[in-house]
Design a protein around this ligand. Structure first.
Ligand code: NAP
Length: 243
């Protein structure tokens, strides 16, 4: 299936861009999704020589946008083999000061966006009796974190969604797995104060921050024939941080 079609959300930078690069190099045809149309188009042009990689700009927290994107991908490419729900965001703050709006933002994008895309591709994958859904959660969804109650809840929700989808769609040949990265060097983590970054590093037995390609390699494995009997699982990619 290495020439199958894979949708990658949040592909405009960070881990999503690394996943897009890894999968393009492995021969997958790609539908790249994010809100920054220009960045996506630049990446699509760089990776896809002959229309094998296309940009589909949109907001994953809008159900209508997601329905439109999946319809367009289906029309342009045909069958959809893989979905990588990677787009995500943080809105950190202590619980006692967290407004309902700040609680809701990561739920809308991280959790609802993952549900919307899964909901939209499921009928296509079920009809084909073939499909791989890979959701990027986080170690924070497993451990919780002070100052990240909203993000942690969204990422734990993704793990429960992943397992439920594995149980619902397994009989139709569709697998559903999550990847839980630890501390990966991207825009999302670059803003953290140096002291916090040093503290995080001290907790990582492998003594380095993760890179996008550390996560991308695991996503590639989950799309491969070797992973066809794995479903409902969460693979932690964190240099041993929560081991
Ligand atoms: P990032 O550098 O901030 O990139 C986030 C990506 O998501 C961007 O491409 C962004 O594109 C897209 N995005 C955000 N909101 C969107 C929306 N409403 N609609 C469409 N696209 C949206 O983050 P990252 O570090 O690569 O993280 C990628 C994923 O890994 C996230 O789910 C994150 O929670 C997870 N993760 C990251 C780490 C880490 O240490 N970095 C650790 C664990 C888990 P636009 O802004 O162009 O829309």
């Amino acid at each position: 299936m290495s020439n199958g079609v894979v949708i990658v959300t949040g592909a405009s930078r960070g881990i999503g861009e690394a996943i897009a690069r890894e999968l393009a190099a492995a021969g997958y045809r790609l539908a790249l999704v994010a809100r920054s149309a220009e960045k996506l188009q630049e990446l699509a042009a760089e990776l896809g020589a002959d229309q094998d990689v296309l940009a589909f700009p949109g907001d994953i927290s809008e159900f209508d946008d997601v329905q439109r994107i999946v319809k367009e991908v289906h029309e342009k490419f045909g069958e959809i083999f893989g979905l990588v729900n990677n787009a995500g965001m943080t809105r950190d703050g202590l619980l006692m000061r967290m407004s309902p709006e700040n609680w809701q933002a990561p739920i809308d994008i991280n959790l609802n966006g993952t549900f919307y895309f899964t909901r939209a591709v499921a009928p296509i994958m079920m009809r084909a009796r073939n499909g791989r859904i890979i959701n990027i959660s986080s170690v924070i969804g497993l451990t919780g974190n002070a100052g990240q109650a909203n993000y942690a809840a969204s990422k734990a929700g993704i793990i429960a969604l992943t397992k439920s989808v594995a149980k619902e769609l397994g009989s139709r040949g569709v697998t559903s797995n999550a990847v839980a990265p630890g501390f990966i060097a991207t825009d999302m983590t670059a803003d953290l104060p140096e002291k916090v970054q040093a503290e995080m590093l001290a907790q990582i037995p492998l003594k380095r921050l993760g890179e996008g390609k550390d996560v991308a390699g695991v996503v590639k494995f989950l799309l491969s024939p070797e992973a066809s009997y794995i479903t409902g699982q969460t693979l932690v990619v964190d240099g041993g941080m929560i081991a």
